[in-house]
Write a protein that binds this ligand. Sequence first.
Ligand SMILES: Cc1ncc(COP(=O)(O)O)c(C=O)c1O
Length: 474
Amino acid sequence: MAAANLASNPPSLPRTLNRAIPKPFFLKPISTLKPRWVTRAVLSTSEPKTQKFQHCFSKSEDGFLYCEGVKVEDVMRSAEKRPFYLYSKSQITRNVEAYKDALEGLDSIIGYAIKANNNLKILEHLRKLGCGAVLVSGNELKLALHAGFDPARCIFNGNGKILEDLVVAAQEGVFVNIDSEFDLENIVEAARISGKKVNVLLRINPDVDPQVHPYVATGNKNSKFGIRNEKLQWFLDAIKAHPKELKLVGAHCHLGSTITKVDIFRDAAVLMVAFIDQIRAQGFEIDFLNIGGGLGIDYYHSGAILPSPRDLIDTVRELVVSRNLNLIIEPGRSLIANTCCLVNRVTGVKTNGTKNFIVIDGSMSELIRPSLYDAYQHIELASPTPSDSKVSTFDVVGPVCESADFLGKNRELPTPPKGCGLVVHDAGAYCMSMASTYNLKMRPPEYWVEEDGRLSKIRHAEMFDDHLRFFEGL
Ligand SMILES: Cc1ncc(COP(=O)(O)O)c(C=O)c1O
């Protein structure tokens, strides 16, 4: 049956299809975000079972912040440079174990999305825990190989993959997602150059509304990613025409990021399985359903009940089993975001009469999500303040010469003394990997607390001399 028929006659009508798009909840002003309201916003229509969550950062009764058993203030004293990123290695392990437990009984690959955080030590740890890797550039592919990931558990994604990177992917035997007509041509060319047949998946847009910020929505019809569904038949014919170069092994989708309702994944999986039925009906023996990444986390620290990896997997399990599929998932944020804080030092406090500012040494250069997406990340002080320090509403800002340089707005905090530690929580994903050297703020060092409580540096600070090196000999 032609793909066009399938596109116009989906097997069931998902509740999250992009027909009437509800006003996204992230557009509400932060001041309206009351804990109860947030809870309502994140609950799925089918109530998720909750998992008891053990957080790696906690405050002692006397007001000091700890990462596992290590006092953050002590780390500040010993760090090479401030600000810095501080991770819990154990929390990374716990997050992976939650996915592994959820996937028990299914053939599956946990493909960690390297774009979320590309620290080599973290990658090696995730690889040892059994993860595969999801790559969106040639350098991420090279880094994954360097970190020892099994190429047969790696997936190369992207709407603009270039030929030379595709050749490496073909040589190494990683899965490659077909994103467009020209992408298919390039993959065929890469297969010829490398003399290897490439295992490919078709990236399809199920057009399910992920109800997230538009900048992190990817699986809708107007997305720059994925094939045009009406052209599915064209892609199947093109793959059939290249039996020496391409082996179609599955279908892929990625709906978006920070998704907090698992029904959205279920609705997409219903559509994807219908596509798989159609593709199989044409004689293709495809085994893999890749539902991408995208599970959100509790950035608000509001106590909201968010879906867990188990809730996510349970919602698609029956579909996967019914078609005897191997499930690929591509989590980034939900594996790494909550394992880390950006630790800053307060440079000073100022007011303009109507607004109060806490100025810190960290900035949009080290952590750009608030500036880029108006994203909320929880902020707290790392040490107790004097008993007479006044609680006020502050914007927490950096020293970068941009008004968009803020880490948090309208935060109620005790007035911190100069030099006090201030942390931005849930900074493990899309923070360091998006850091820049804007205003020549060199990229920060990274540390983690090992399972035995030792502190180890896992990335050196970038220094001014590193910048000068780009000009050596010119
Ligand atoms: C194709 C693909 N897979 C996986 C991910 C990881 O998503 P997340 O970090 O939200 O789990 C992304 C990120 O947007 C992506 O583009």
